[in-house]
Design a binder for this molecule. Structure first.
Ligand SMILES: Cc1cc2nc3c(=O)[nH]c(=O)nc-3n(C[C@H](O)[C@H](O)[C@H](O)COP(=O)(O)OP(=O)(O)OC[C@H]3O[C@@H](n4cnc5c(N)ncnc54)[C@H](O)[C@@H]3O)c2cc1C
Length: 387
């Protein structure tokens, strides 16, 4: 790996790598094919403090910066991408609370999240609104000391296992532009009328559930309005999703890295025309292109994470990292399948799983078409001509 690491980063990444080699890689293939939630892995992750990685020490977490978090996500995704999905929404929510929550919300949620007692979920998307976030319909009406919420959310990763779901709702449907009437509610499952109604069957990204969420006259305490002020939800969510984009970019690097490792190993073992296929230039070029793009994706992901760590606006950098790393991954898994020939198409080989996992990355956390729009908008602002 091309990154310079501090001693602390080396230790944490090494610990995670050992865990992945020992506990995740040997079982990932079977759990994926059976589409089973990895309860035993999650239990150990709790014990080892994984759920506190990106939460401040003040609230019982490890206080990792996002650069280290990205390195950790890469290692986990190298073993099984679905495990990075389990922690992704968790740390999007912890970021939301640390950045924008009231002191009372920080005390109430973060300590429980750091131990893994509480799992965070993140919900913006709806059946009729994904890229067009401002078109959401879920409505929250304040009634005395509570919000009454009605609506349906879609594509909620960890929809069943999450305890608290940061949910984007409309508190003022007449606001113009619409985002000014949006708020984020830390919706807790303990209050009746909020439930996961069905699991969505997916091509890949198995084991971690993605569900529809329903709010039916659900009452959440007004104290669960993130930051205590209405109308801030859209901005809060957009800042938090950058944390998700760092995670997804790092996942792209991890899955691509695994595809590369499996390919270079296979290429030296597989014989054709009396020699290992690694002797053929056509195969060597694939390996060279994969490795080059993976290193570039890793550097770009690190660059974006460091920008987020600096507390600066990082929409362009996170967008670039997410775009490049996930497209690299998408390409790498296809190349890995070609290197494996017919065996790449067999369910007995790991490459088949990587091939089914990668497409999710170009869609989740904002499609790559939307990333290009974000990058271009940011660049046009930065390079605006002075009139
Ligand atoms: C496995 C999985 C897990 C997910 N987990 C979560 C989650 O935990 N929480 C959550 O809130 N969401 C989640 N999502 C939802 C995800 O964020 C959306 O799927 C994504 O934002 C795209 O929205 P959409 O599916 O409605 O597609 P649409 O917005 O309908 O887009 C369809 C196509 O049109 C393109 N398009 C749309 N608008 C434009 C435009 N202005 N310019 C150019 N092209 C455009 C898109 O790029 C895409 O190619 C998840 C999705 C998946 C697949």
């Amino acid at each position: 790996m091309a990154l310079d690491m501090t001693t602390e980063q080396r230790e944490i990444v090494g610990m995670v790598r050992d865990f992945v080699e020992r506990e995740i890689i040997p079982v990932a293939h079977q759990l994926d094919h059976d589409d089973v939630y990895p309860d035993a892995i999650v239990k150990q992750m709790k014990e080892l403090g994984f759920f506190g990685f990106a939460i401040s020490e003040r609230y019982g977490g490890a206080g990792l910066d996002y650069s280290t978090y990205a390195m950790v996500c890469e290692e986990i995704a190298r073993g099984w991408m679905s495990i990075t999905g389990i922690i992704n929404t968790h740390f999007i929510v912890s970021y939301l609370i640390e950045q924008f929550g009231t002191d009372e919300q920080k005390e109430r949620f973060l300590r429980r999240m750091a131990t893994g007692e509480y799992h965070g979920g993140f919900s913006m998307s709806e059946p009729g609104a994904g890229s067009d976030v401002q078109a959401i319909q879920t409505r929250a009406i304040r009634d005395n000391g509570e919000y009454v919420i009605n609506g349906t959310k879609m594509w909620a990763t960890n929809g069943d296992h999450s305890t608290v779901v940061a949910t984007l709702v409309k508190t003022d449907p007449d606001a113009r532009p619409p985002h000014r009437g949006m708020s984020c509610i830390l919706a807790e499952k303990q209050y009746p009328g909020f439930f996961s109604s069905r699991k969505i069957e997916k091509l890949g990204y198995k084991g971690v559930e993605t569900t529809e969420l329903v709010f039916e006259d659900n009452r959440q305490p007004a104290a669960n309005l993130l930051g205590g002020v209405e109308g801030q939800g859209f901005k809060q969510m957009m800042a938090a999703i950058e944390v998700g984009r760092v995670n997804v970019a790092a996942r792209g690097v991890g899955v691509a890295q695994r595809a590369f490792e499996l390919s270079i190993e296979y290429a030296q073992e597989r014989q054709a025309f009396g020699q290992p296929i690694a002797n053929f230039e056509a195969i060597q070029f694939k390996l060279a292109d994969m490795a080059t793009k993976i290193e570039a994706a890793r550097l770009l992901t690190n660059f974006a994470a460091r920008k987020k760590d600096a507390g600066e606006r990082a929409d362009v950098e996170c967008g670039m990292a997410k775009l490049f790393a996930t497209e690299t991954c998408f390409e790498a898994v296809q190349e890995a399948m070609r290197v494996h020939g017919g065996y790449g198409f067999s369910k007995e080989y790991q490459v088949e799983r990587l091939y089914r996992d990668a497409p999710m990355l170009v869609i989740g956390e904002g499609t790559n078409e939307i990333q290009r729009l974000i990058i271009a908008k940011g660049l046009l602002e930065r390079y605006k001509l002075k009139s």
